[in-house]
Design a protein around this ligand. Structure first.
Ligand code: BGC
Length: 463
């Protein structure tokens, strides 16, 4: 038994995702202002190998070559983000016309080749000028962000139909304002809760602004979402710990958007967000998105950890559990995406789900113009099969985007983990399509079938 692209239906959106800071480079070109990632990467020992995105894949100059590659690979949808400080160097106020021109060129070239552009408004690169005023921890961000959204829609909304407001708010507030491992490197509960609440407000407000300016656009926002299990199923404390981590990682931004408020039932500490709430905020946190972007890579196992502050829980890494994992130390577990899709569907109020990111970082073997990344091919086939399984069981999932087109700057991990369908030689900027890119391309031409064996439920035991 086999499945092909056709099994997903003609309307299913296949695509590839990228993000501005991870690929563009040109960090100070043509009037761009600095972002928090430009400053954070200058701090020593924050990033693996002290890497930075100053040049990255130099997409700013190579965008035409890269979009042409997307075209050659038969990929019909390209998701990318707008660098806020490239179009508004100070975050608010005067527009940098050269920055606007760049995104116009990107959009127009996509359209010329018949590729649908999907824009993420914010993928983590806040203008440094706004961080100087407190960034996401300052409630004024709702005003600054609204200005940015307005600017994006006014300049690009005539041609771009699909919009995502935020990329993974849990990650940029958690890693950036609580753990201090991502820009802007802040630590502490108070700055995190403030940043998180303001991001949740912006996610809904952004949706409202886009719809009010262009009711013909499709608006969504994206969430990182991992299937979570207690480390010891029989242990009550591990079960409680898993429920807390689930509330924090999966529910915290989604449920307020769906009008359910913060998940304080499982994670009491979230009651402290009250300090940052203004009258009517609860209502303003809700917005009916056209679609929810699901970003899934793995599942997590959680155990009770009394010494961990606030959540009293810790994640047991895949390498410690001795299971197959990627270079990010994330378990390869395809049913994770099936479980995430079923869970989102079970809310009953989500209009449509698009998988806006899924992919894997492996050690690829590179030989004379060939990159044999069979592990990635297998990973993609197995995860895509799980998407089909969920779809067949009635989940309204209508798209799947691979993370990512090019090997790129992987945040705190620098250039070490490579997720791309295309290899980049960072010395020469030469691109080489990997076997996974070729595989995806053939699959999208519908000339390739994938064995149904890969989505056999039994193979993974517990789902
Ligand atoms: C982010 C990407 C990132 C990818 C792999 C997602 O969390 O949106 O920017 O590169 O996962 O870590």
């Amino acid at each position: 038994m086999l499945f092909t692209k056709n099994d997903f239906g003609a309307d299913f959106k296949w695509g590839v995702s990228t993000a501005a800071y991870q690929i563009e480079g040109a960090h100070n070109a043509d009037g761009k202002g600095p972002s928090i990632w430009d400053t954070f990467t200058q701090r020593k020992k924050k990033i693996f190998n002290n890497d930075h995105g100053n040049i990255a894949c130099d997409y700013y100059k190579h965008y035409a070559e890269d979009i042409a590659l997307i075209y050659k690979l038969n990929i019909p949808n390209h998701r990318f983000s707008i660098s806020w400080s490239r179009i508004l160097p100070n975050g608010i106020g005067a527009v940098n016309h050269k920055g606007i021109d760049f995104y116009n060129r990107v959009i127009d070239f996509c359209l010329e080749l018949g590729i649908e552009p999907w824009i993420t408004i914010y993928h983590w690169d806040l203008p440094e000028a706004l961080q100087q005023k407190g960034g996401w921890a300052n409630r004024e961000i709702i005003h600054w962000f609204s200005y940015f959204v307005d600017c994006c829609i006014k300049h690009f909304g005539d041609r771009v139909k699909y919009w995502m407001v935020l990329n993974e708010p849990m990650v940029f507030t958690g890693a950036g304002y609580f753990l201090g491992v991502h820009a802007p490197g802040k630590k502490g509960l108070s700055s995190f809760l403030a940043a998180a609440h303001h991001a949740a407000m912006c996610q809904a407000e952004g949706g409202r602004i886009i719809k009010s300016l262009r009711s013909d656009c499709k608006v969504g926002t994206t969430f990182s979402y991992s299937h979570i299990e207690p480390y010891r199923h029989y242990d009550e404390r591990d079960n409680k710990a898993a429920a807390k981590v689930d509330a924090l990682l999966n529910r915290m931004f989604l449920e307020p958007l769906l009008g359910m408020g913060y998940p304080t039932d499982a994670l009491k500490i979230l009651e402290r967000i009250d300090r940052f709430m203004h009258p009517h905020d609860e209502k303003k946190l809700a917005f009916d998105m056209d679609f929810i972007g699901l970003q899934n890579y793995t599942r997590e196992f959680v155990s009770y950890a009394p010494l961990m502050p606030f959540v009293k829980a810790k994640i047991i890494k895949a390498s410690k559990r001795n299971v197959e994992h990627t270079l990010m130390d994330w378990e390869v577990y395809p049913p994770s995406i099936y479980n995430a899709l079923k869970r989102l569907h079970s809310y009953g109020t989500i209009n449509e789900i698009i998988v806006t990111e899924n992919g894997a970082a492996f050690n690829d073997s590179y030989e004379e113009d060939r990159v044999d990344d069979y592990k990635r091919v297998k990973f993609l086939q197995d995860y895509i099969a799980q998407v089909l399984l969920a779809k067949r069981e009635g989940v309204n999932v209508n798209g799947y985007f691979i993370w990512t087109l090019l090997d790129n700057f992987e945040w705190a991990e620098g250039y070490y983990p490579k997720f791309g369908l295309v290899n980049v030689d960072f010395k020469t900027q030469r691109r080489t399509v990997k076997n996974s890119g070729r595989w995806f391309s053939q699959f999208l031409q519908n000339t390739l079938s994938v064995s149904k064996e890969v989505w056999n439920k039994e193979r993974y035991g517990l789902i």
